[in-house]
Structure formats: structure tokens, C-alpha cells
Design a protein around this ligand. Sequence first.
Ligand code: ATP
Ligand code: MG
Length: 427
Amino acid sequence: MKNLVFNNFYKQGLFMEDRRKYSSVSNTELHLLNQIGRDFSSSLDFESIIDMIMSRVKDVIKCEASSVILFDETRDSLVFYAASGAGAKEVEGLTIPRGKGFAGWVFDNQEAVIVDEVNKDPRFYSGIDDITHMKTGSLICVPVGNKDKKLGVIEGINKIDGSFTGRDLDLLIAISQLAGISIENSMIHRNLEQKNNDLDRLNKEMDDFVNIVSHDLQTPLASIEGYVGLIKDEITSMLESNADLNNYLNRIEQNCKNMFNFISHLRSLVRLNKDSLSFQEFDPAAVLDEICALLEDLIREKNADVIYNSSLHVIRYDRTLFYHILYNLVQNSLKYSAKCRKPVIKIETEEEENEIHFLIMDNGAGISKDDQEKIFSFYTRGKNAKMADGYGLGLAFVKKIVELFDGKVWVETEPDKGSIFYFSLPR
Ligand SMILES: Nc1ncnc2c1ncn2[C@@H]1O[C@H](COP(=O)(O)OP(=O)(O)OP(=O)(O)O)[C@@H](O)[C@H]1O
Ligand SMILES: [Mg+2]
């Protein structure tokens, strides 16, 4: 029985010129390998690359069947990604338990192998023959990888005339080196495509979510606004003599308007991009006045002090979006205030030559270390979230807007002490 292990001979990343020194590969075959290399690099599509490898292996080393078996980390197994020859269809998708068979051995040891009579070798795993009803006689198997990354193995089964030779091994190693680069590139491409699809799905979910939420908010709001109008019409004379009542009804109307405004901003936030920005000059203190008016009930309920300079340096950004950043941060400071002390929220700015920093400081519940990383992601809430209702969206929107302005947002916080949310924007 010939059973060759090409341990020293096989070297990942061997250059073609080096290989020439001790290889039995002819010039014609080198030419063919060049062609194969060009074919492999012509596509980024995973399936086409694997198909190309399959057909090239069978043609070049002249065997009955060939397969590309790749390591699947999630299943911790080798998986037949493609096979050609008898029983190919049955084989695709089958897994070989880790360390089993020649494929498992070659993968674990990173050594190429040629075997003339597999059933006389203890490494032989008959499980696949049982499924394909094909009898494996001779076998050639080489590892496939890219740089230090082990990707899997390529296998040829049953040499058509005679036995597999050192030349077959040289060719298969050369093919596996070319294949490794292409397989890894196509896997990266496939993962990127997968991520893009996930992102599209997430965007769609966000659209649906905002549409549902804004619809569900708008309907009762329209009704409240309508009834306030009717009440005012009914009691016009009473309102003339009762300034407080007039004031209350006006405040309800104003809050309805603010909410409508907010909902319409929310819709546009979902599809935010740089083209939709509209820059204007404004005083951030005026924005804070509007936010405090909208959050008036919450401020009163919490008995909170919201402290900021009544006039700040005029800045130039998209005012509506800037409003959303501050609104979410101030609202959070109120929502997640500590029960045992009076909430004090301070908003300050620090100006530098190229940047302006905004600080929203509270003496609230603070945020645990684990949560600090996550809270800027969509639909993510912290452990303290049971203190208040919410969707886990506010900070994700804040981050999105700040980044749209080419700025940064971060938090310094300590549980039970309080938090400082910072965002800096270029001037
Ligand atoms: N100032 C703060 N103090 C303590 N925890 C905070 C503060 N701001 C945010 N958090 C934590 O971060 C989480 C995410 O905040 P985010 O504003 O994104 O969502 P939310 O407030 O839960 O819901 P909403 O979508 O209504 O804003 C909150 O659930 C809370 O756990
Ligand atoms: Mg929030």
C-alpha cells in the first residue's frame, strides 16, 4: 500500500517559482494553473467559485469524483459544500464529524495525503460511501486555506487510470492555494451581502415601526386637539373672564402641535441622510426653552431643576435635528432620575477652535458598565429601563444625527451617581 504524507513538501503560500524547483508540474500545467488562477479571481460569487474548483479538480487530476469540504465554525464540523461525480447530490450539505475520515485528519494536521486503498487505512470513514453507494478506492486530499486561516480540504476520489501521483498532488496543492484566496474573498463578499440584507430588513422594520407608532399617536392627538377647539368654542365667554382656564386649554393645544411636529420629525428621522439637512443659525438656549416647555409636565412631576444659560453662542446646524438630540438627552435625564434625590440637570457648552462640546449632566440612576456599550444601538434599553416607558430608540437616533453632523457622542456615568452625556460637533 502506498500511503504518502507530504508533510514537509506541502507549504501554504508557496510561490509558483519556488514550487517549480522541486515539482513535476510541466510548463503546460503551469500555464493551466495560471488560467485557473485567473478564472478563480474572475468572480466573487461563492457558489461559482466552488463550482469552478470542482470542475477544475476533476479535469486536472482525472478522478471519478471530487469535493470541496469546508469548516463550519457554528457546527464545529466539516461540511461538503460541493461534490462532483457519482452520488454528488447526496453528498452536498453532509457533515463529517470533527477529526473523522481523511478530510478530518488532513484538516486537523494540515498535511496533504495520497492513499491507494482507503479501506486498509484506519482513518477511513465509510459514512459517506454508505450514503453515495460509491466505493472509494484511492484518494487524494489537501488542506485549503488562506494565510493562517484553515478553511477546509479539497478531495479527489478514485484516480481513473492507476494511482494518484506526486504530480497530481503538486497540481492539487497549487489549485488549493489559488482556491483558498478565492474562497475566503467570496466568503467575505457573501458575509457583506448578508449584512446588507440584514440592514435593509432592519431599515424596513424601522419604517414599519415608525409608521405604526406615528399613526397610533396621531389619531388620539387629532381627537384631543379637535375637542379642545370645540370646548373653546362652547365656552368663549367664560374664557374671557377666566385667564387660567384659557391658559390651560392653550397649553393643551400647544402640546398637541408640538407632538404633531415631533411625529413628523420622527418619520423624517428614519430616512435621514446628509442631503436632507437644512442649516440655519440659532441659539441653543432657545431650543432648550422649547424642550422644557414640551417636557414641562415631566419636569414638574419629577420636581426637577433644569439649568442652562439663558443665552448661548449662536450655532449653525439643522435646527430640527439638533432639537431632537437635546430633546432625547434631556428627556432621558428626567426619565432615569434617582428616586432618592431631587433631579438636577445641567446643560453646558464648551467651545474649542474646531469643535463645540455639549454636556448634559444629571445626578440620576447612572448606567451599568455592560449597558454603556449597548445603549446607542437601536431597540436597546439598559437594566434601569423599568423606571420609565420607552422603545430604546432615543439614543440610537441621537447617535445617527450626531454622526450625520460629523460629530461624536459618548457617555461618562456611574450607577447611582449620575451620567454626563457628551456630544461634540465640528464648528
Ligand atoms: N440619563 C440617563 N441615565 C440613566 N440611564 C439612561 C440615561 N439615558 C439613557 N439611559 C439608559 O439607556 C437606555 C437607552 O436610552 P434610549 O433613549 O435609547 O431609549 P429609551 O429611553 O429606553 O426609550 P426611547 O426610545 O423612548 O428614548 C435607556 O433605556 C436607559 O436604560
Ligand atoms: Mg430615551
